[in-house]
Write a protein of this length. Structure first.
Length: 292
């Protein structure tokens, strides 16, 4: 349904497949003949949340007035709830899988204790200095002599402190706040894993749903272009350069045939090959769009 190279170019295709698997697009397109405008609007809205995501920059008063006078809405509306429910479940399943992976990897391959702070990488705790080949345990008095005291065990020193669960996946330093191995998001998992485990959120197939996981609104330039079809408002209100608009259009042309193929492919087994011809869809890999 989707070419291999498209996966490496845009991980949002995996979220698109999650929606296909959940039956969202098939239920949405069931009313294409009676509610064409509504179906197409929701389709473009969902795809705008998946592909070509751009966050909106902060604007001053002058730019805010340009947005009000523009035919562009600029700020992308929330994703339809039916699609958001499917993608939230997909994100939760992905989080559970990678959390289990980190726990298993850390238990099997990471044996040493953590000594470096997560952000500054400064070693925590100092190694006791040596005096004549022995550990120096004592304190200096005013006359310069040393009074050696009996070493105190760590159990006696910290016995009054409440104990916390020992984390396996999360950094011990982060776990000092009381957090264990329960992660709330992919970003939480990747930013707080323990030393010795490297996990990059950019390569994990998940979608930061606005406003669940990100507070920064998305740019509605794709939806705006679908609504008014003009490049000038995209440049003035949405802040998209004309060269970027051309690049986005070419990228969308590459994605459309594979998306259409994915929509049509399951119906071949339900309606036969004749149904494909009635849809007037191009063959896979073609650079032409479907004709309604």
């Amino acid at each position: 349904m989707v070419r291999k190279e498209d996966f490496s170019q845009n991980s949002a295709l995996i979220d698109d497949i999650a929606l296909l698997k959940g039956g969202y697009f098939h239920k949405l397109c069931a009313d294409i003949d009676t509610k064409t405008d509504m179906v197409l609007y929701k389709m473009i809205l969902v795809l705008s949340h998946l592909f070509g995501r751009r966050v909106c920059r902060e604007v001053d008063l002058e730019e805010a007035e340009k947005i009000q006078r523009s035919p562009s809405i600029v700020y992308l509306p929330p994703m339809p709830e039916e699609a958001a429910v499917i993608l939230r479940k997909h994100n939760k399943d992905t989080l559970d899988i990678f959390t289990t992976y980190v726990k298993t990897f850390a238990a099997q391959h990471v044996k040493e204790e953590e000594r470096y702070l997560p952000l500054t990488h400064i070693p925590a705790g100092s190694v006791p200095s040596l005096a004549n080949g022995k550990l120096a345990n004592g304190h200096a008095v005013a006359n310069g002599s040393a009074h050696v005291t009996k070493p105190t065990s760590e159990e006696d020193i910290f016995d009054f402190l409440p104990s916390l669960p020992v984390p396996h996946a999360r950094s011990s330093f982060v776990a000092l706040s009381g957090q264990g191995d329960d992660f709330t998001s992919i970003e939480d998992l990747c930013s707080s894993t323990r030393e010795g485990v490297f996990l990059e959120s950019a390569v994990i197939p998940h979608l930061e749903i606005h406003p669940d996981e990100t507070r920064t609104p998305l740019n509605a330039y794709l939806l705006d272009f679908y609504m008014h079809g003009s490049v000038d408002p995209l440049e003035k209100a949405n802040g998209i350069r004309k060269s970027d608009v051309s690049f986005s259009q070419e990228h969308a042309i590459d994605l459309y045939p594979n998306f259409c193929t994915g929509m049509v492919f399951p119906k071949r087994f339900l309606y036969g090959a004749r149904h494909d011809r009635n849809l007037n869809c191009p063959p896979p890999g073609s650079r032409h769009r479907c004709r309604s």
